[in-house]
Design a protein around this ligand. Structure first.
Ligand code: MN
Ligand code: MN
Length: 313
């Protein structure tokens, strides 16, 4: 007996089951990670714990667990031995996702470390914008209207969205598929179909309203086979082509080369365009940033939120 089975998605039942499993696992991993966020806890410890949880529960990370702090909006994955330690008052975006056989969940929350409440209204602006977006998105809904609703909701709280960070459709083994879910009004018309899976993730800020590339986010993506002479670089390329051919991977996950030589190997492969490197994304005006994210499945009636937990989960 399930309350979810009434909504028609047009998906093959076995495939739909995997989407739902990935969403549920992603949400449980997020809850687990969030419970560990406290003053003086190393960011690496939280990321490791979430990633280990996904594996223990029969999935794997679909992308590196990210802890992006304060004006860092997104795409910061701790390195091995990272000196990032969470401090009381930090505004941490924890963004994690699991995949089950390539079917991906993606979700995020924002937490003020140590229970301070200097940024509660900013955090609420992002959470409320996500709630509004989920309530209006559905089959053939123009996603520009979702962006307009996000922008308006944040405006009511006295904040603005980060315009160049969007939600995205998700396909098997493909975290950022064709559709974008904007956070602002007046974007091109795009309409999701029944059966589409999408991540919705409005970012709120008191800053400039856009992000720029910051320091290395320690996140990479395999691109292509290339001739590589250096033995370390060759080993790393073999490892990532075999283990992470389609989804992003963390520097921390590579074990074919010792940590002190790994960065150089990754830099060589990036220059060689065998792999792509992602920078951390930083608010352009050094504003504070909050984000919430859910993965939803478009149904005939609206959406099912795949990354929602029930009382008994
Ligand atoms: Mn995410
Ligand atoms: Mn996402």
């Amino acid at each position: 007996m399930t309350t979810e089975s009434e909504s028609v998605t047009g998906l093959d039942p076995d495939i739909e089951k995997k989407w739902r499993a990935a969403g549920k696992l992603s949400a449980k991993g997020l809850r687990h990670g969030a419970s560990l966020i406290k003053p003086d806890v190393p960011a690496e410890e939280v990321a490791d714990a979430v990633e280990a949880y996904f594996i223990k529960e029969g999935g794997a990370s679909a992308f590196p667990a990210c802890l992006s702090v304060n004006e860092v909006a997104a795409h910061y994955a701790p390195t091995k031995g990272d000196d990032l330690v969470l401090k009381e008052g930090d505004v941490v975006k924890l963004d994690v996702g699991a995949h089950v056989d390539g079917y991906i969940g993606d979700n995020a929350v924002t937490i003020e470390v140590g229970g301070t409440d200097n940024w509660s209204k900013l955090i609420e602006a992002s959470r409320a914008a996500l709630t509004v977006a989920v309530s209006i998105v559905g089959p053939n809904v123009n996603l520009s209207t979702v962006g307009a609703a996000i922008e308006q909701t944040m405006d009511e709280y006295g904040y603005r969205p980060i315009a160049n960070l969007t939600g995205h459709s998700i396909e098997r083994w493909n975290l950022h598929a064709g559709l974008s879910v904007p956070a602002i009004a007046n974007t091109p018309v795009q309409r999701p179909k029944v059966g589409t899976v999408m991540a919705i993730e409005p970012f709120a800020t008191n800053g400039a309203g856009h992000v720029v590339n910051g320091p290395n986010g320690n996140i990479y993506h395999y691109a292509r086979q290339r001739p590589v002479r250096h033995p370390d670089a060759r080993k790393v390329l073999q490892e990532v082509a075999r283990t992470y051919p389609k989804l992003p991977f963390a520097e921390r996950w590579i074990d074919s080369v010792s940590p002190n030589r790994l960065r150089m190997a990754l830099t060589m492969l990036t220059k060689n365009v065998a792999i792509k490197n992602y920078a951390a994304l930083v608010e352009a005006g050094k504003g504070m940033v909050a984000q919430f994210e859910h993965t939803v499945l478009i149904t005939q009636d609206g959406v099912d939120v795949l990354t929602l937990l029930d009382d008994d989960d």
